[in-house]
Design a protein around this ligand. Structure first.
Ligand code: FUB
Length: 343
C-alpha cells in the first residue's frame, strides 16, 4: 500500500486513530492559517475546533466527516489553541481528552463526554485538576484501567514540570510544589538544551492513571523514562529523546510507547512491560517528513496494523497546514517494528 492522504478537502494533523464498534475513527487537530507568524513555541497553531472522521475501509473509502465535535467557545476554561486530542471508551461513554491554552497562559488538559464516538461532546467546566502541557493520548488496558500519556516541550510547556514523588495528590494551580509545576521563567533560548546540558537526563513525558469516571487524574503524574542502549535514562542531547506526541499501544502483551523527537523530526518507539515503564528504546518508526512537526498514532484495524501521521506536502506550507496520512505498519518476529518508508 502506498501512503494515502485521508482528507484532501481540509488541513488536519495529529491523528489519534481508534476503533470503536468495528469502525475506524480519527480525532485530529484542525489546522487553519489564522495569520499568526511562525514561532518556535507553536504560536501560529491557533486551532479552534475538532472534527471526527471515520472510515469503513481506511485503504479505500473517502472519510466521513462527522463535523465539529467541540469548539473552543464551548469550553469555559480554554482561551485558544485547541491542540492534540484523543478519545477513549469506558462503560459505553466516550471521553475526549484534549489540550488547550487557558486564560492563565498555561496549557491544560480537558475532558468532554459523549454517548457516541462521533459526539456531540460536552466539555467539563474546568480542566483536569493538576493537568498541564499538551498532546494527551488515552490508552485503556486489558483490565479496564485508563492511562493518559502526555507532554510536549518548548511551547507545550513540559519543561515547567518536575515530577512529584509518587502518591502526592495533584492540585489545580499554575505553579507550585503541589502540582509539580515550577516557574522557570521565560525560556532564554529554546534551541539550547532546555535548562539542561546535553549530558543531563532528557525531560520525560508524563503518564497518569485516570479516575474510574475518566474525568480526573487518579494520582500525581509520573515521569515516563525511556532507557537508551546502555540501560541509562536517555540523555537530553540524544536526537532520539522524547519531545511530544505520546502514543501507547499494546502488541503481544508488551507496551509500546511511541513519540515524536520534535526538533529532530523523527517518530521513535520504546517497549516496556507495564503501562508506567521504564521503556527501552528500540528505534525509529518514521524518518522526518516534509513539515515542521511530526505526530502519529498506531492502531490495528480489521487485522492490519497502521501508522497514521501527517505531512505538509499538499499545502506546501511547512509550518501551518498539515494533511493526514496512513500507511500499513508491520512487526518483525521479535516484536520490533519495521521502519515505515514515506514514499
Ligand atoms: O498541532 C499542534 C502541535 O503540533 C501538537 O500538539 C504537536 O504534537 C505538534 O504536532
Amino acid at each position: 500500500m502506498k501512503p494515502r492522504y485521508l482528507f484532501p478537502s481540509d488541513y488536519m494533523a495529529d491523528p489519534s486513530a481508534n476503533v470503536f464498534n468495528g469502525r475506524l475513527y480519527i480525532y485530529p487537530s484542525h489546522d487553519w492559517d489564522a495569520g499568526e507568524c511562525f514561532d518556535d513555541d507553536g504560536g501560529h497553531f491557533q486551532m479552534r475546533d475538532y472534527h471526527v472522521l471515520s472510515f469503513g475501509d481506511v485503504e479505500k473509502d473517502e472519510a466521513t466527516d462527522h463535523g465539529v465535535i467541540l469548539d473552543v467557545d464551548q469550553v469555559k476554561w480554554a482561551e485558544k489553541q485547541m491542540w492534540d486530542n484523543d478519545v477513549v471508551e469506558k462503560d459505553g461513554k466516550y471521553y475526549l481528552i484534549f489540550s488547550a491554552k487557558g486564560y492563565d497562559g498555561v496549557f491544560h488538559l480537558g475532558v468532554a463526554v459523549a454517548d457516541k464516538p462521533e459526539g456531540p461532546f460536552v466539555p467539563q467546566d474546568q480542566p483536569i485538576r493538576g493537568s498541564f502541557s499538551i498532546d494527551p493520548s488515552v490508552f485503556k488496558d486489558d483490565d479496564g484501567q485508563v492511562y493518559c500519556y502526555f507532554g510536549g516541550l518548548w511551547g507545550g510547556q513540559l519543561q515547567w514540570w518536575r515530577p512529584l514523588p509518587n502518591g502526592k495528590a495533584p492540585v489545580l494551580g499554575k505553579y507550585g510544589e503541589e502540582n509539580g509545576l515550577v516557574d522557570l521563567g521565560a525560556a532564554p533560548d529554546h534551541k539550547g538544551e532546555l535548562f539542561t546540558t546535553a549530558d543531563s537526563p532528557a525531560i520525560n513525558s508524563a503518564v497518569v492513571r485516570m479516575s474510574d469516571d475518566v474525568l480526573q487524574f487518579a494520582e500525581a503524574p509520573r515521569a515516563l523514562v525511556v532507557l537508551d542502549a546502555n540501560g541509562e535514562p536517555m540523555k537530553a542531547g540524544n536526537p532520539h529523546r522524547f519531545f511530544e506526541a505520546s502514543w501507547m499501544h499494546k502488541y503481544n502483551g508488551k507496551y509500546y510507547f511511541s513519540y515524536s523527537t520534535g526538533d529532530s523530526h523523527m517518530l521513535c518507539y520504546a517497549i516496556g512491560d507495564n503501562p508506567y515503564g521504564p521503556f527501552k528504546y528500540q528505534g525509529v518508526i518514521l524518518d522526518p517528513v516534509v513539515g515542521w512537526t511530526t505526530h502519529h498514532s498506531i492502531v490495528e484495524y480489521k487485522g492490519q496494523w497502521y501508522l497514521f501521521y501527517h505531512d505538509c506536502v499538499p499545502s506546501n506550507d511547512v509550518t501551518h497546514l498539515r494533511s493526514l496520512k496512513v500507511q500499513r505498519l508491520f512487526y518483525n518476529e521479535d516484536g520490533t517494528i519495521q521502519k515505515v518508508i514515506n514514499e
